[in-house]
Design a protein around this ligand. Structure first.
Ligand code: TMP
Ligand code: ASP
Length: 237
């Protein structure tokens, strides 16, 4: 394969054959708590590449601009090259995870409207939560860009809630990353997979996301396979 540009915890990024394109390679590595907990889960990368490709295609079909070009193989996705804005955008529909831990809020409470949080994308600092003003003093993005990102995040949330609801799955929360193309356009980047979402089966309450790994519940690949199977059977439109 072509030159390695970057290796993250769950993916490698390679130069594509064409200019301004990258190839994302999805690994089987699973990490949590800023990589203090690590394991290799066979086939996770394949499942995530397939899930992310279907989700990006669905979002593209609904006029969301993303870096997705096409799936190349089980583990490889061709994307438009972007500079990732080092701000993780978390969208929450139901209380869970760090929101509850940090503020002492009860889990599993439906929010009246989606909550957007920003975290600094920094492994060294453990991805600290940040206020919008912190983004500006660090010059990570402009006010106009963040308003666009907020708008896109809410649109993506509405589309993803519908997508998962149609599969009998509740989308409690998820994390997005945005990137800037060569032309200066901001697009959805990174991945949307059960690694970065909280997905709960509506019939049984079963956890179908990376919380299975974080909480030592086991059966992670089986849960991701369940999500992929439902997506494939439903043939997302
Ligand atoms: P949190 O409750 O731990 O802040 O997580 C909120 C959502 O963001 C959850 O769906 C998992 C996802 N997430 C990531 O994708 N990467 C991360 O580094 C963290 C902390 C959370
Ligand atoms: N993504 C982070 C890590 O790999 C944290 C998490 O997802 O829980 O450590």
């Amino acid at each position: 394969m072509s030159d390695l540009i970057y290796e993250g915890k769950a993916k490698k990024v390679f130069k594509g054959l064409e200019p301004h394109q990258y190839v994302l390679y999805f690994k089987d590595d699973a990490t949590a708590f800023n990589a203090q907990k690590k394991d290799v889960i066979e086939s996770k990368g394949i499942l995530n590449q397939k899930i992310a490709s279907q989700v990006f295609q669905y979002l593209e079909n609904h006029e969301v601009q993303t870096h997705f070009i096409k799936s190349l193989s089980d583990r490889e996705m061709l994307v438009e090259a972007v500079h990732i804005i080092p701000v993780e955008v978390i969208v929450r529909n139901i209380t869970a995870g760090s929101l509850c831990k940090r503020l002492g809020i009860e889990e599993n409470i439906k929010l009246d409207k989606p909550l957007i949080e920003f975290c600094l994308k920094s492994d060294a600092l453990g991805d600290p939560i940040m206020m919008e003003e912190h983004i500006y003093i660090m010059n990570l993005a402009t006010h106009e860009e963040i308003q666009h990102i907020r708008h896109e995040a809410l649109k993506i949330n509405t589309l993803l809630q519908k997508l998962f609801d149609d599969l009998g799955i509740t989308l409690a929360d998820f994390k997005l990353e945005f990137g800037k193309t060569q032309a200066g356009k901001i697009v959805l980047a990174d991945e949307i997979t059960p690694d970065g979402c909280r997905l709960w089966d509506q019939a049984t309450g079963k956890i179908l996301d990376k919380d299975r790994f974080r909480k030592d519940l086991g059966g992670l690949a089986e849960a991701y396979q369940e999500v992929l199977t439902r997506m494939t059977e439903k043939a997302l439109a």
